[in-house]
Design a protein around this ligand. Structure first.
Ligand SMILES: [Zn+2]
Length: 293
């Protein structure tokens, strides 16, 4: 069994999975940032280690013997190079636990989980993670493209307007500044919509909310078009909290792609949402099984 930990900027989610991907136990807590992050990670590992779980198949009870951790931002091996969301820079996770463990980017984990759920295609597979932050990842010939610092597929920081608003990454007009939850909710409030968070915006029946979702479809469609031109993929997966509203922005997203991409590239591509909340955990499990054996 593997303990998988997905450390997001807001919430840290953890789950123990058996070899087949069945979720045996799971939990979550608000993420502690900066110096408090490593003690929180250690606490979760120790807490979950104190429990024993029954395998779904076969008898007896076992605890997990491997750990896999996903963090937002670039990393190299077991060092977090920089994570704006976790307020960390150059922090090594070496010595975190005596169990074998791997660490990867959170978007990489989610896209890898989505690729497995799609039947592990060998054709180019691209995914966008749409949440508080916007990220992504891609597999070519069934291999995750990681880049030198685990940062390939950072689609959220692709500029969709050269002179657009400044982003925390230093670039301007990043996709994340338009369709990340924080900016979306601010925009909705500026339009006079009474929404407190993404859930409210998702559920709003106000016509102005639908107009905003239509606009989101155009923006994401613009970004997806660029990626289709660059990669010529068979699949474009959308996942994360904003993707829950896929049915609300799907129409304008497809219109935008039809306007920008020729049929030879766009006709064969499947564009869809996968809203499995354990996608990152499934990806971490699969990565663990392939890396640690
Ligand atoms: Zn950016």
């Amino acid at each position: 069994m593997v303990l998988t930990i997905d450390a997001g900027g807001t919430t840290i989610k953890y789950a123990v999975l058996d070899q087949n991907g069945a979720v045996i136990s799971s939990g979550s807590a608000p993420t502690k940032k900066g110096d408090a992050f490593l003690p929180q990670l250690r606490g979760i590992i120790e807490e979950m280690r104190g429990k024993s779980f029954s395998e779904t198949t076969g008898g007896g009870s076992f605890s997990f013997d491997q750990v896999a951790i996903a963090v937002p931002g670039p990393s190299k091996e077991k060092t977090i190079l920089k994570s704006v969301a976790l307020e960390l820079e150059n922090v090594s996770l070496e010595g975190l636990t005596d169990l074998p463990f791997i660490m990867t980017n959170d978007s990489t984990a989610a896209i890898f989980g989505g690729w497995r759920a799609a039947g592990s295609p060998k054709t180019p597979f691209v995914g966008f993670t749409l949440g508080t932050g916007v990220g992504g990842g891609m597999l070519i010939n069934g291999t995750m493209v990681t880049g030198v610092t685990s940062s390939a597929g950072e689609f959220g920081h692709m500029s969709i307007d050269a002179d657009g608003p400044a982003c925390g990454c230093g670039n301007r007009g990043c996709l994340e500044r338009y369709v990340g939850w924080k900016d979306l909710v601010s925009q909705a409030q500026a339009l006079g919509l009474m929404v407190r968070d993404g859930k409210d915006l998702f559920n709003s029946v106000d016509p102005r909310a639908q107009e905003l979702w239509d606009w989101v479809g155009h923006k994401i469609g613009f970004a997806v078009s660029n990626i289709i031109w660059a990669v010529n993929p068979s699949h474009v997966l959308l996942t994360g909290g904003v993707a829950r509203a896929f049915s609300r922005f799907e129409k304008t997203l497809r219109e935008e792609i039809s306007r920008r991409v020729i049929p030879a590239l766009r006709d064969g591509v499947q564009i869809y949402a996968n809203l499995d909340e354990h996608l990152a955990h499934q990806g971490l499990l699969a990565l663990t099984l392939s890396v640690l054996k």
